[in-house]
Design a protein around this ligand. Structure first.
Ligand code: SF4
Length: 311
């Protein structure tokens, strides 16, 4: 097979976003400043490799504060955000916490609160059980925020009085547009965000996939099964015309036999996937066939977020 050459169209921007970089930095800086161990509530970002690396440096991952054995140690809240009850519980238990919620998720929390104060019932468009959705819903009293996952939900929801909507930050741009369209038909005066809630990183990564997926025989997204933005990239690639689009989690073998039959494949990575994994994947393909790489950059990103003052 070595005389054959596969062209890899490499999407850009891809991989780490500013919120992920900041969240990982926060755990590392907390380890430097306070020493190990530092607890982290939930996977800091949805990537096993990132989590394993931080574990080696002294982070202990828990799902709930009740699992923290040594309450004298700091705890970091993950980039996805937490319900208000979580910092309240930490304060109650006198556990020192550092909040690594992405500022763009915090923006959605504040928006939801503002609408609530102004007398609106809020519709959150998002995926049930995703930690970001749990965190956003947990900013308000239960009866004041309702989850809509699909167009069907949008058609069936019943709310009396003024309505506003917010969204999860990592949704499919196109699917969300359709759901918002339905909600606007049902509630013509519905209030939306001033600037949309789907974040710049999600939008840019989806745009760059749309640009190349149609001309690829297979499309690969490096990411994790629990990463919302990575799973959306697979769906976007399929919708854009590459039916054989898959998530590469590094938990099972790569489909090398299928890959070497292709002439052109596409490749990107989710916002929580390290670039090293993209390069490892390319290195693996190179063991089986010749490869040429063309990187197609759609937009330049220069977003950075400040660390919390205490670090
Ligand atoms: S995907 Fe967007 S909202 Fe999520 S951490 Fe990255 S920048 Fe923040």
């Amino acid at each position: 097979m070595k005389n054959k050459e596969i062209k890899i169209l490499l999407a850009a921007p891809r991989g780490f976003c500013a919120g992920v970089v900041r969240a990982i930095d926060i755990v590392e800086k907390a380890l430097d400043k306070y020493g190990a161990p530092v607890y982290v509530r939930h996977e800091i970002v949805h990537n096993k490799h990132v989590v394993d690396d931080l574990k080696k440096k002294g982070a202990i991952f828990v799902e709930e504060l009740s699992e923290i054995d040594d309450k004298s140690r700091p705890v970091v809240f993950s980039a996805h955000g937490v319900p208000k009850a979580v910092p309240a519980e930490a304060e109650n238990k006198k556990i020192f916490y550092v909040d690594a919620t992405c500022p763009l998720v915090t923006k959605v929390h504040r928006e939801a609160e503002r609408h609530h104060k102004n007398g609106y019932t809020i519709i959150l468009i998002g995926h049930k059980d995703h930690p970001e959705v749990i965190g956003t819903m947990g900013q308000l009293p239960k009866e004041k925020i309702k989850l809509v996952e699909t167009i069907n939900d949008a058609n069936n929801i019943k709310i009396v009085g003024p309505v506003a909507y917010v969204t999860q930050t990592t949704l499919s741009v196109d699917d969300t547009k359709d759901i918002i369209g339905e909600l606007k038909k049902r509630y013509p005066n519905i209030k939306g965000p001033v600037k949309e809630d789907i974040c710049y990183a999600t939008t840019n990564r989806q745009d760059s996939v749309k640009q190349i997926a149609a001309e690829c025989e297979m499309f690969f997204v490096i990411g994790s099964n629990n990463s919302s933005n990575s799973k959306r990239l697979v769906e976007v690639a399929r919708k854009a015309g590459c039916k054989n689009s898959q998530l590469i989690t590094f938990e099972k073998d790569f489909p090398i036999k299928e890959i070497v039959k292709c002439n052109k494949i596409g490749l990107t990575s989710g916002a929580s996937a390290p670039e090293k994994l993209v390069q490892d994947f390319i290195t693996e393909i190179k063991k089986h066939t010749n490869v040429s790489i063309q990187e197609l950059s759609r937009t330049k990103e220069n977003v950075t977020f400040k660390l919390p003052k205490m670090l």
